[in-house]
Design a protein. Structure first.
Length: 430
């Protein structure tokens, strides 16, 4: 949790403000709203294809490279390379679908809402056009990824499989790709942008697996790759009419439309390239040393045992689900042993902490807080309290009596009020 908080502060305080100011502020050197824009054009990023998605996707790539793959993804627990990378199934495909549709719905506010005001000029036309393009690109990305993944699957396995996870990420890829140019491209162009985004997502996702880069949620192909493609597509498909309506200038438009004018002017495309390179360079310069420092200090990666047991258990108090058994090439007995080791370590840390508290403050430990039957038998829900040093003294006394085979001493210990837990402990030991 320390890593989450630290890099969130780093992004919000130092990385995003510079990118936002450079591209969206009227004083930004890349801004199309600048009174003297770069090369007379500036960078067009209507809703954040580079500002938001490329920044986040590039951060994900840096973090993934430094963090390394999850345990059992490309290597077994002994460090040997697996013949086939092991897939980690999600918790619920239904919830993934729900989350995708929630994101899709929110994108209408993200893209169309970037117009800020409906009261100015013909902004209502921009809003409606933006919403249509958002829908078309998302649908095209979804369809392209679904059928392309099916074709690839048939080629390599001979089986027809429609992968819903690929379809959902293809949908998000189309949404990301249209974000930069949703207000300045025609509807047919938004479909083309969505189709290309789906193909780029699937290709990049497969390449990351081949290169053993473990992107657990495919943030790199969805946000970084399609953030780049979406920004560059503006330099190809931005139309003169829509540039006039949104940015009040059509001196420099998409390269394909420049060819129609007979000039082949690629100024807007060049500005888009400069903007993309600036965002990548700034994120790399800021986040690479930051993640290396976090990794060096041990804050970035979870403990190896906790990683095997599952972070849902460690951080959120979840239960170990049976479908995770064997996820690391271990049988059910070995996974149970990992769980027992984790529970023993947790109890040991808890008792050590309360020992220190008792020594320094004279406090006692609630018996019902120490979940170990050997200490208190069936009385785990009792209200009595036991000082930690008394537990250790009681164990020592019982063990000494057992070694001496002194039945009278054992009886005295039990009769002195040690409870059912001591009786069971003595019975098991004898």
């Amino acid at each position: 949790m320390t890593a989450y908080l630290a890099y969130s502060i780093m992004l919000a305080a130092f990385v995003y403000p510079v990118v936002v100011h450079s591209i969206w502020s009227p004083q930004g050197f890349l801004s199309a709203h600048n009174s003297n824009p770069l090369w007379g054009s500036g960078m067009v990023d209507f809703a954040g294809g580079s500002v938001v998605h490329l920044t986040g996707g590039m951060t994900a790539l840096i973090a993934t490279m430094i963090l390394g793959p999850r345990a059992g993804r490309f290597y077994d627990l002994s460090g040997e390379v697996l013949e086939e990378p092991r897939e980690f199934t999600g918790h619920s495909l239904a919830l993934q679908c729900l989350g995708t549709f929630i994101l899709w719905f929110g994108w209408y506010g993200f893209n169309a809402g970037s117009i800020i005001s409906l009261m100015l000029d013909d902004n209502y036309l921009v809003v409606s056009h933006t919403a249509i393009n958002t829908t078309l690109s998302a649908a095209a990305g979804c369809v392209m990824t679904l059928f392309l993944s099916t074709i690839v699957g048939v080629h390599f396995t001979g089986e027809v499989t429609f992968n819903l996870q690929y379809a959902m990420n293809g949908c998000l890829s189309g949404l990301v790709a249209i974000t930069a140019g949703c207000s300045v491209v025609e509807s047919w162009a938004s479909i083309v942008i969505g189709l290309v985004s789906g193909a780029l997502y699937l290709t990049c996702s497969k390449l990351l697996v081949q290169w053993k880069i473990d992107d657990a949620v495919d943030a790199i192909p969805v946000h970084m790759i399609n953030g780049i493609w979406g920004s560059l597509s503006v330099g190809l498909f931005a139309t003169p009419d829509l540039m006039d309506r949104v940015y009040e200038t059509s001196a420099h438009v998409g390269w394909f439309y420049s060819w129609g004018r007979g000039s082949a002017d690629a100024t807007l495309l060049a500005c888009q390239v400069i903007g993309v390179l600036f965002v990548i360079g700034w994120v790399v310069c800021m986040m690479t040393p930051f993640f290396w420092s976090m990794h060096y200090c041990g804050f970035l990666r979870a403990d190896s045992l906790e990683e095997i047991v599952g972070l849902d258990i460690v951080y959120h108090g979840g239960e170990f689900r049976k479908h995770r058994r064997g996820s690391f090439g271990s049988d059910e007995g070995e996974m149970d042993e990992y769980l027992r080791k984790y529970e023993r370590r947790k109890e040991k840390a808890y008792c050590k902490k309360n020992d220190e508290m008792a020594d320094s403050h004279g406090r006692s430990v609630p018996a019902n807080s120490i979940h170990q039957e050997s200490l208190h038998g069936n009385g785990c829900h009792g209200r009595r309290t036991i000082a930690p040093n008394m537990i250790e003294s009681l164990d020592t006394t019982i063990n000494a009596a057992i070694r001496d085979n002194n039945s009278s001493d054992i009886a005295n210990i039990v009769d002195s009020g040690s409870g059912n837990g001591s009786e069971e402990r003595v019975a098991r030991s004898t």
